[in-house]
Design a binder for this molecule. Structure first.
Ligand SMILES: C[S@@+](CC[C@H](N)C(=O)[O-])C[C@H]1O[C@@H](n2cnc3c(N)ncnc32)[C@H](O)[C@@H]1O
Length: 386
């Protein structure tokens, strides 16, 4: 929930306009001048310093936008080192905030393209870039990174707002941009889920979906004490590489399939797919024309009896037909599971290769997970992980 607060003191003149803010319930006032680029003191001291807000550019940080500023220069240096930048690189940075990471990136790379949603942050970033004479090497786009079209870039390095981790990673790995690697700072638990393998307790749909098109490697953990304000959670850095060869699968079909499989990741596939609700759902999606045809059941029958009789008979017939078709469809699902020896297997233990094989078997049997009519024009950015 956002609420308006009074503008702060005129002592903060240079950023007076930016201080007419909407702030969250738990705002944290941040002054980047208190965290100089060579600040090597301990995090507790740095936290203390935020209370003595300086004059130049204090702003309230919005928790709702994940505004936790990474202030430990050793961690910033390590992230840049692990990203293995080249001097010719254009780096895409999502959520540059006040520019702590941006300045470090520019020590190695040629250019940074930054996408930042908060104009106040951009104002501070631009001021800092001018102070360092670096403004010509940075392009700042003031937009929501989930909605913005990504410009050309070679590599991604970013401390992203954790609230958009899932859809942002989906946009990066399933999008059309080509890039060498993507080094991201993420919430530690989220990173663990992204890194999980079949059989791990954290293994989940997010890992399965990302693994289809990318490899993810753990880089390092980062303490919550390295951020201002100090978040409740620790963080981890991961590095993502797109796979050279990606299976030729319809991505919407794959997502819908993994959503069904991982709705209860520890249940056997037999139990999941025999649920009446699932059978009905899949039946509708698969538009069971082939089942009717294969079994000699006519979907529509026309004769020349009077209309009233026809209405009664039609109701009865369509119900019977439907029941019959459903039962046949359920048998078909079970048949596929049995043929592939998947009936007693649990999604939480299946590799991507096994899942792909199962999806192929379902599709070959005319069973589809994503509505056929929607397939062509839909790229689902609302990528769910559960
Ligand atoms: C965790 S902070 C990182 C700041 C800075 N990179 C650092 O390391 O200190 C996340 C930044 O992302 C910005 N942000 C939040 N949601 C965003 C979105 N949807 N698109 C682009 N930027 C966003 C916030 O305003 C904030 O500046």
């Amino acid at each position: 929930m956002l609420r308006r607060i009074k503008p702060l003191s005129l002592a903060l003149l240079p950023f007076k306009q930016s201080l007419r803010l909407l702030v969250t319930k738990s705002p944290h006032r941040y002054n980047h001048k208190n965290y100089s680029d060579n600040d090597n003191d301990n995090p507790y001291e740095r936290k203390q310093k935020t209370k003595n807000v300086g004059a130049e550019c204090s702003i309230y940080l919005h928790k709702s936008r994940g505004q936790h500023i990474l202030t430990n220069p050793r961690v910033l240096d390590a992230i840049v080192r692990k990203a293995e930048l080249r001097p010719t690189d254009t780096v895409l940075e999502i959520g540059p905030g006040t520019g702590n990471l941006t300045l470090k990136l520019l020590e190695v790379a040629q250019k940074v393209v930054a996408i930042e949603i908060d104009p106040r942050m951009i104002q501070i970033l631009n001021t800092r870039l001018s102070e360092h004479g670096l403004q010509d090497r940075v392009t700042v786009i003031c937009k929501d990174a989930l909605k913005a079209e990504f410009p050309h870039f070679d590599i991604i390095v970013a401390n992203i707002p954790y609230g958009i981790s899932s859809p942002l990673i989906a946009k990066i790995v399933f999008g059309t941009n080509t890039f060498r690697s993507c080094t991201l700072l993420l919430q530690k638990e989220f990173a663990r889920r992204l890194l999980a393998n079949p059989g791990d307790s954290e293994y989940n749909r997010l890992a399965v979906n990302v693994k289809l098109v990318a490899d993810v490697k753990f880089v390092m953990d980062v303490s919550k004490r390295d951020f201002v304000p100090c978040p409740k959670v620790d963080s981890s850095v991961v590095k993502i590489h797109r796979k050279g060869e990606v299976p030729g699968v319809d991505i919407n079909e794959w997502w819908a399939f993994t959503r069904t499989c991982f709705s209860k990741k520890n249940k056997t596939l037999g139990a999941t797919f025999k649920q009446k609700r699932k059978v009905v759902e899949l039946f509708k999606r698969s538009q069971m024309i082939d089942v009717f045809e294969e079994n000699g059941v006519e979907q529509y029958s026309f004769d020349d009896r009077d209309e009233e009789d026809e209405k009664d008979d039609e109701g009865e017939c369509s119900l019977v037909c439907l029941e019959m078709a459903m039962s046949l469809f359920k048998d078909k699902i079970v048949g596929v599971l049995k043929a592939g020896e998947f009936e007693d297997k649990r999604p939480s233990k299946l590799s991507n290769e096994e899942l792909l094989r199962l999806l192929t078997l379902f599709n070959q049997a005319g069973i589809h997970f994503h509505h056929q009519a929607k397939r062509k024009d839909e790229f689902v950015v609302t990528y769910a992980t559960t």
